[in-house]
Design a protein around this ligand. Structure first.
Ligand SMILES: *Cc1c(COP(=O)(O)O)cnc(C)c1O
Length: 399
């Protein structure tokens, strides 16, 4: 017998759970792409995309996943041979660096491990040593989705300024936007990238590059850029097709419109952050209870450096994979694989898993996931501390 029949829950860090409203908004006949509603609706997305990122600067939409945004952001700001500084707290920093290398941009990775945030003071020291200003950018991942480490963006800005260095601050918010607090303008971010399939609750396939005037000035001399990726014609375009340099992703746009209605106009972005905060605290309270006995452990010890979008956990291998498989097969819940914590062919790979709690997640969904994990620990006879669900309930009850 399996108890998995029923609505399946995807508790992975992207793609995230999509609201039925978003799906329904996409279920329609092909719209007129020449005039009328679609064009007006697309224009209406721009101010709301800016509101989610807390910026008055520019945003450009690309048809592509997060990897597309990595490349687009770099191509518009760098020339071949430029040097980018990449502080790493997990797999995704290395991914962005590889994307840069692929464009002919040199990278220098400063690795801060997989359990602690980046240290802005070390970045400041490196920038101070770069007296010729060879470094053109700092590529910072706000929340590294593999480790679930959250790093301090405002501290990075202060470090760059303290060093008196002109490097652009470029931030990957693909995991964090719409979950963890992010303030593009207040924190002095020059370029920010995100995708639609995580906090923005829309099926994978669109990504966004935000940029300010300093980044636009860098665009002037960037020779990595090609016609397709150029953000200039796409931002405030004179013809509709130029938004996308071709056919619009029509149905995705309707989905995003609905999602932004929910985030910006109904719940409000600060309330969205507060909900993610409370749900994450409930999860961590449960994890703290489980880890009083046995092998389960939160990857990031310091609460201040944990993401509100995704949580990485450690357990004796192969229990991570066993627990994930059990939840999928028997409980109807899929947890995220451990990513980048160990080589995929090593036994240690099976000692990690992640809980995605980004986007369209409420208290009962979180309790369902926690209850499924608790049940899985019991079914597999994995030693664990008691009281996890009531610890979570205390948080959700506001006590
Ligand atoms: C998901 C993610 C990416 C990659 O996005 P894709 O849509 O899979 O290409 C990059 N960076 C971070 C931080 C992510 O969470």
């Amino acid at each position: 017998m399996s108890l998995a029949h029923g609505r399946h829950t995807l508790a992975i860090p992207g793609p995230s759970v999509m609201p039925d409203r978003v799906l329904r908004a996409m279920h329609r006949a092909a719209p007129n792409i020449y005039t009328g509603e679609l064009i007006e609706m697309t224009h209406s997305l721009i101010p709301d995309l800016k509101a989610v990122a807390r910026t008055a600067h520019n945003v450009t939409i690309y048809i592509g996943n997060g990897h597309a945004a990595w490349e687009a952001s770099l191509a518009n700001t760098h020339s071949r041979g430029d040097l980018a500084l990449v502080p790493a707290t997990g797999q995704f920093a290395h991914g962005w660096a590889a994307s840069a290398e692929g464009l002919g941009i040199r990278t220098e990775v400063i690795d801060f491990g997989k359990r602690t945030p980046m240290d802005a003071a070390q970045i400041e020291a490196r920038l101070r040593a770069d007296t010729d200003h060879e470094i053109k950018s700092v590529l910072m991942v706000h929340v590294d989705t593999s480790s679930s480490v959250l790093s301090d963006v405002a501290a990075m800005r202060r470090a760059i300024d303290a060093a008196g260095h002109p490097a652009l601050l470029m931030v990957d918010c693909i995991a964090s936007l719409g979950c963890d607090r992010f303030e593009m303008d207040e924190w002095g971010v020059d370029v920010m990238i995100t995708g639609c399939q995580k906090g923005l609750m829309t099926p994978p396939g669109m990504s966004f590059v935000y940029y300010n005037d300093r980044a636009e000035a860098a665009r002037e001399n960037a020779n990595c850029v090609t016609g397709y990726w150029d953000w200039r014609p796409r931002t405030n375009p004179d013809y509709y097709y130029k938004y996308f340099n071709g056919t619009a992703p029509t149905h995705h746009l309707y989905g995003l419109r609905e999602a932004l209605d929910m985030i910006v106009h109904e719940e409000g972005i600060t309330a969205v952050w507060a909900r993610h905060e409370t749900l994450a605290r409930a999860l961590w309270a449960a994890c703290d209870a489980w880890s009083t006995q046995g092998p389960l452990e939160l990857n990031v010890a310091d609460i201040a450096h944990r993401s509100r979008a995704v949580t990485s956990l450690r357990i004796t291998p192969p229990l991570g994979t066993a627990l994930r498989d059990h939840l999928t097969d028997q409980m109807g819940v899929t947890l995220g694989i451990g990513l980048g914590m160990a080589p995929p062919d090593a036994p240690e790979w099976h000692g990690f898993f992640r809980v995605g709690h980004m986007g369209h997640v409420n208290a009962h969904m979180m309790l369902g996931t926690l209850g499924a994990i608790d049940t899985g620990l019991k079914a597999l006879n994995i030693e664990h501390g008691q009281g996890a669900l009531s610890a979570a309930a205390e948080i959700l009850a506001g006590r």
